[in-house]
Design a protein around this ligand. Structure first.
Ligand code: UDP
Length: 336
């Protein structure tokens, strides 16, 4: 299929582009490069632009004969969403609505949307099923719910076929493909730890050790970005085969505390990591672990890299070979 990937130059987006291409889909990337990297999608038709540029979208759909879309073009820094909610409502909800409406009215009625575990807020039951109550504790999570709701209405009114994938913690890199995680500023745990190993930071701040978890630090469910990306392919294929859409969690169903992640990183890198207890970060739920049973049974998804050690190893290969991310030349070849 000819698939438009909005936000395809980002960390997850570039891995989704790769996964789609690997099974023969023709991909066109639309990205404003505010946080994405042109180098992450070097061999793909690329359009620099805004998801709310209706004229551009209409032209793209007709020029490239787009049949389906993946939407990953969102503001995603959780902390920022609590400092500047308007930015998130304007971009994720407002521009998202224009994007959805324009696509559907141009005849594109298959959409895979990157949603988030942030829709659940601080969950009551663990592991979290898709039927769990929604109770976001940050604006980012709220905007993800809003877009899911919009798709539901567009299904009813226009026959949109859609799948929302609620990501848990994406990590790792597609080793050997020259793509990986490069955020500025970086806020995610694993890259921050690995940057510390590389001497780019002095220490890792562990945000709180007084949570109600065995070691007091927050527990998360880390999923390899390539496994997450393959789920987009399965979703796309299911929708194009006429199967029912809906909402799917994407995680490994296994939780690791911040302290445990630090230990795994020490094992993988063979280095002692300087870590210090810091105050809690606002809006962090103590535990987030997915039940991915629904996507396993409906779409046949399974993780190829379920072990945290393997996930960190792939991330480490990326960071070691690209210590400055995309902005500077690669130091040495990635080891496959
Ligand atoms: N975390 C931390 N120090 C950091 C970054 C993150 O202790 O410098 C913790 C954070 O509080 C959370 C976990 O690591 O419990 C994962 O955070 P991340 O930002 O990677 O993903 P999130 O769970 O927010 O999506």
């Amino acid at each position: 299929m000819r698939v438009l990937v909005a936000g395809g130059a980002g960390y997850i987006g570039s891995h989704v582009v790769l996964a789609l291409q690997q099974v023969g889909h023709q991909v066109i990337v639309l990205d404003n490069l505010q946080t994405g990297h042109r180098e992450a999608v070097e061999n793909v038709p690329f359009v620099l632009g805004d998801i709310a540029d209706e004229t551009l979208l209409i032209r793209l759909v007709s020029e490239y004969k787009i049949e389906a879309a993946v939407h990953l073009a969102a503001e995603s820094t959780v902390g920022l969403s609590m400092q500047d909610p308007g930015l998130f409502f304007k971009h994720n909800t407002g521009k998202g609505a224009v994007f959805l409406d324009t696509l559907v009215k141009s005849g594109v009625k298959i959409l895979v949307f990157s949603s988030s575990a942030a829709v659940y807020g601080s969950p009551i039951n663990m592991p979290i099923c898709e039927t769990h109550r929604l109770n976001p504790v940050n604006v980012y999570g709220a905007t993800k719910i809003m877009f899911e709701e919009m798709m539901r209405w567009y299904e009813q009114v226009y026959g949109l076929r859609w799948i929302a994938l609620r990501y848990f913690n994406a990590a790792g890199a597609a080793v050997g493909h020259g793509i990986g995680e490069d955020h500025n500023p970086e806020t995610h745990l694993i890259p921050i730890i690995l940057q510390t190993v590389l001497g780019k930071r002095q220490k890792v701040n562990i945000f709180g050790n007084d949570y109600s978890t065995p070691d007091g630090t927050c527990i998360r469910d880390y999923i390899h970005v390539s496994d997450l990306s393959r789920a987009h392919v399965l979703a796309m294929d299911a929708l194009s085969a006429g199967e029912a859409g809906g909402i799917y969690n994407l995680g490994n169903g296994q939780g690791f505390s911040v302290q445990e992640v630090v230990k795994v990183c020490e094992r993988v890198t063979g280095q002692k990591i300087a870590a210090e207890i810091a105050p809690r970060r606002q809006g962090d739920p103590p535990i987030l672990v997915a039940s991915a049973d629904r996507i396993k049974s409906d779409l046949g998804w399974t993780a190829e890299h379920p072990e945290l050690e393997g996930i960190v190893t792939s991330a480490w290969k990326w960071h070691r070979s690209h210590p400055w991310g995309y902005s500077k030349p690669v130091l040495k070849d990635e080891r496959k």
